[in-house]
Design a protein around this ligand. Structure first.
Ligand code: NDP
Length: 280
């Protein structure tokens, strides 16, 4: 058997098209402010891609570039200014921040109504309470891929591999809200392979190249691979051994071209959601 491919590129493109049409009909341009501190090359690439996609969807994008030496107080002042700016609907602080900055108070300083990364404790709490508004972009993308591939979640066993605030925890909360029976596994889980084998839906978000082997996958299960790992030979691979898993799974996301493209599309959706919610 060869698993059906869940093509994130196509799903993301369709979502961006829907959003562009929606924005065109709004009569105003939702505003997205992206704050980039320092000169990390990977972050610069991510921010450029976000800018481009946001402009393509008709959003008004502003990128605020701050030097690597920016102090906590100056960053907090910048966020306060964006919170107060009525033309800004969404604020995204590109992570990770330089090591001398404390990430948690920075995220907590963002107005929850403008928190398009969905990481503010108010938004995390709403998600945990089953009443989400702004949800972290990659987890939202995971759920949209399941929906696009018509994978049912109600009553299904889901295993989320990874418990980060950015991916694992919000994916688990979203699956729970979608009536799956959810297990969260992590680096202290006993017998990971056995946990994985029970899952109808297996979401891998560990950052370990090809850790999930074919014989960890229940025949016919859906594998959503969030991992993005660069091998020494330059190849980009996920957290699941793709060729092995695709012979067992019923459906699987590739890396690249699976979850990755959904993240930016969901950022655009969150900006539109925030803009509409702020305007009642
Ligand atoms: P983190 O490093 O924050 O979290 C990794 C999680 O995996 C932790 O909960 C950790 O457990 C667990 N883990 C690590 N090693 C093992 C192991 N050997 N066995 C079991 N569990 C393990 O990573 P992120 O959640 O931020 O990202 C995960 C992956 O997703 C990365 O490859 C990242 O690049 C990718 N990513 C992709 C995105 C996209 O747009 N497609 C967006 C964001 C991330 P513990 O808590 O016990 O330490």
């Amino acid at each position: 058997m060869s698993a059906a491919l869940i093509d994130g590129k196509t799903v993301a493109e369709a979502l961006r098209g829907v959003l562009a049409a929606k924005v065109a009909g709004l009569g105003f341009k939702p505003g997205l402010a992206v704050v980039l501190v320092g000169d990390d090359p990977a972050s610069a690439v991510y921010v450029r891609n976000k800018d481009r996609a946001a402009v393509g969807a008709g959003l008004a994008v502003r990128t605020i570039r701050l030097s690597a030496e920016t102090q906590q107080a100056a960053l907090l002042a910048q966020i306060a200014a964006l919170n107060a700016d009525p033309t800004v609907d969404g604020i995204l602080v590109q992570l990770p921040l330089p090591a001398h900055l404390d990430q948690k108070p920075v995220i907590a300083a963002i107005d929850p109504a403008k928190d398009v990364d969905g990481l503010h404790p108010v938004n995390a709490g709403r998600l945990a309470n089953g009443d989400p508004l702004l949800v972290p972009c990659t987890p939202l993308g995971v759920m949209k891929l399941l929906a696009a591939a018509s994978i049912p979640t109600r009553g299904r066993r889901a295993l989320v591999l990874g418990r980060s605030v950015l991916v694992g925890r919000p994916v688990a909360a979203l699956l729970l809200n979608a009536d799956a029976t959810v297990t969260v596994a992590h680096s202290r889980t006993a017998d990971l392979a056995a946990e994985c084998r029970r899952a109808d839906i297996l979401v891998a978000a560990v950052g370990r190249p090809e850790m999930v082997r074919g014989d960890w996958v229940k025949p016919g299960a859906t594998v959503i691979d969030v991992g993005i790992n660069r091998l020494p030979d330059g190849r980009l691979v996920g957290d699941a051994a793709f060729e092995e898993c695709r012979t067992v799974a019923g459906a699987i996301t590739p890396v690249p071209g699976g979850v990755g493209p959904m993240t930016i599309a969901c950022l655009l959706e969150n900006t539109v959601t925030a803009a509409l919610a702020r305007r009642g």
